[in-house]
Design a protein around this ligand. Structure first.
Ligand SMILES: Cc1cc2nc3c(=O)[nH]c(=O)nc-3n(C[C@H](O)[C@H](O)[C@H](O)COP(=O)(O)OP(=O)(O)OC[C@H]3O[C@@H](n4cnc5c(N)ncnc54)[C@H](O)[C@@H]3O)c2cc1C
Length: 528
């Protein structure tokens, strides 16, 4: 069954009241588990209090990395695992996950050159020596000390919000029910039924709705602690400790950055990444694309503004032309929850190679609860596999190992085309729609993958696309997102479905909101 082809409008209330598995949280981990569980045949419901990907999963640097922090801590197995996951993600969603070239700067005042040199040789070995750019040198004119060695390597950046949507679509295509704007108000184990009872309050409803489930997953990201304490009145074995991460979008960098990423070493040994954004670029500044600058664990004692300045200072020490505050287009500072073990490590070792953790609780012997503490995007698929393996004893023979692992090779929604040929895929789309602009088609191809044809249908000319609602955004796409991708307001569309927010003015947003309001009214009249 194809969700996008068959669903006429997104349902806003659960269709059933009993499920095998309920997942709280529609981020990268919740949707990965939903896709895996539904593929394995469990009746699955996913409940998200706001929009899908509105938590940590959309505030990221957008790096599916092997993680040089882990390498620094000699956690070679985990680096190898993450690099393997990078390749799997690229195969499953070639439109959303893209390798790019990076340079790690040798900064002997932070780490010894010998350590960095050996580490990077090992990293390249673990990456199976993927080909590097032809000259392999960072543009010297960008650096304050051009004589510094820089080590080239390959990393993978991805559009994390659309990746979450693609996982949710895969889950829905496999029969999972997905509800955004549906917070779980409370959850309790019922001794009699040996099931979890969940109370939901979908947005716009005045009465709570109850569902039951055999197993429950808490994938609520930074809210894990609150959910356990306030919503479930439970304590976890893992003490939850929030940390703040920071990520900035930067404009007008020197064109010599030329789509390369950089990894800098902060004085406190943290790694700071500067990588090209996956966002569509403003036409007027095509020569100066947007970049993201991020640090996963900046000094926690600093206030928000101080953290921003710290980040810029660390990078500006290395660059010949400093990045000014005026170049910061937007900033996200999100909270992540760590288990106590990771937090202690952070206190003692400064560097953090955060262990991801799955905390299992089945104190009544019948209705398991799994809390997800994961702070690494690359771990999401393995996390989903591990979660289902833990659940398998509670579902007799319905969750065999083969079944669980079979989802690993499944492409995400839109990802079922040759993963080595994205440019060929885009060329074929352009040939099929010769009258539409190349910029629009490229964005659509990169965001919707093989669903682009379904989205565009027979629309051959600009006129066929409907009213222009914002730069690069026409009514036909908005209609599609409202109907098939759970979008319900301008922010859902501009920020998490199309990544167009940086191109839009307040007037564009208002126009889009009005269109959505009229569309919803028209919809509710036709369904009455
Ligand atoms: C600024 C920043 C930068 C980062 N950069 C990177 C990076 O480059 N690489 C990397 O690997 N990791 C990075 N991370 C970490 C990464 O983003 C997280 O580890 C990951 O997104 C966690 O995903 P999740 O699905 O567990 O949680 P989230 O994506 O946070 O999803 C949890 C969801 O649960 C929902 N929820 C909460 N309570 C309820 C409730 N009662 N009912 C229903 N729903 C509820 C929330 O609304 C939220 O959408 C970064 C984090 C931040 C904050």
């Amino acid at each position: 069954m194809d969700h996008a082809a068959n669903v006429k409008g997104i349902a806003r209330l659960p269709m059933h009241s009993h499920y095998d598995l309920a997942i709280i949280g529609g981020g990268i981990n919740g949707t990965a588990i939903a896709a895996a569980a539904a593929s394995a045949g469990l009746s699955t419901v996913l409940l998200e209090s706001s929009d899908l990907a509105s938590g940590g999963s959309s505030n990221t640097l957008g790096l599916l990395s092997g993680d040089l922090n882990l390498l620094d801590q000699l956690a070679f197995d985990r680096v190898r695992q993450h690099l393997k996951e990078q390749q799997t993600a690229q195969r499953r969603a070639p439109h959303l996950v893209h390798p790019h070239h990076c340079f790690l700067l040798d900064q002997p005042e932070v780490r010894s050159s010998r350590r960095v040199n050996t580490g990077m040789k090992l990293y390249r070995h673990l990456q199976c020596h993927l080909p590097l750019p032809s000259n392999g040198l960072a543009p010297a004119k960008l650096l304050r000390k051009p004589q510094l060695t820089s080590y080239p390597y390959i990393d993978c950046s991805f559009d994390s919000s659309r990746y979450v949507i693609a996982q949710a679509l895969l889950a829905a295509n496999q029969g999972a029910e997905i509800f955004n704007y549906t917070p779980v108000m409370s959850a309790k184990r019922c001794q009699e039924s040996r099931r979890w009872h969940l109370w939901l309050l979908p947005q716009g409803q005045s009465q709570e709705q109850t569902i039951t489930t055999k197993a429950l997953i808490n994938a609520s990201g930074a809210d894990t602690g609150n959910l356990l304490g306030d919503t479930m009145q439970l304590e976890s074995r893992c003490q939850v400790t929030p940390i703040n991460s920071i990520s900035l979008v930067i404009r007008d960098l020197d064109p010599a950055f030329n789509q390369h990423g950089f990894c800098f070493q902060a004085p406190n040994r943290q790694l700071i990444q500067l990588i090209p954004c996956q966002l569509p670029q403003p036409r007027t500044t095509a020569a100066a694309p947007l970049f993201r600058l991020s640090c996963s664990t900046p000094p926690q004692q600093l206030e928000q503004q101080q953290q921003l300045q710290w980040l810029l200072d660390c990078v500006n020490q290395q660059l010949i032309t400093p990045i000014s505050r005026d170049q910061v287009v937007s900033r996200s500072r999100g909270q992540r929850n760590l288990c106590r073990e990771a937090w202690l490590k952070l206190q003692t070792e400064t560097i953090l190679a955060e262990p991801s953790l799955v905390d299992f609780d089945c104190r009544d012997g019948h209705s398991p609860l799994i809390n997800i503490f994961s702070s690494h995007l690359s771990a999401h698929r393995l996390m989903a596999e591990q979660t289902l393996e833990m659940l398998s004893p509670y579902f007799d023979d319905r969750l065999s190992r083969d079944k669980i692992q079979s989802h690993a090779q499944q492409p995400l929604s839109g990802g079922d085309f040759d993963h080595t040929d994205l440019s060929g895929f885009i060329e074929r789309l352009e040939a099929h729609y010769p009258q539409l602009t190349a910029g629009l088609l490229q964005r659509i191809a990169r965001q919707y993958g093989s669903n682009s044809r379904k989205l565009l249908g027979r629309r051959q000319t600009l006129k066929d696309l409907g009213k222009k609602l914002a730069p690069d955004l026409y009514a036909f796409e908005v209609d599609y997102l409202l109907q098939y991708e759970w979008a319900s307001c301008a922010e859902d569309i501009l920020k998490r479905r199309c990544s167009l927010e940086h191109l839009c003015s307040a007037v564009d947003v208002e126009r889009l909101e009005e269109y959505i309001k009229a569309h919803k009214q028209c919809w509710s009249q036709t369904s009455e």
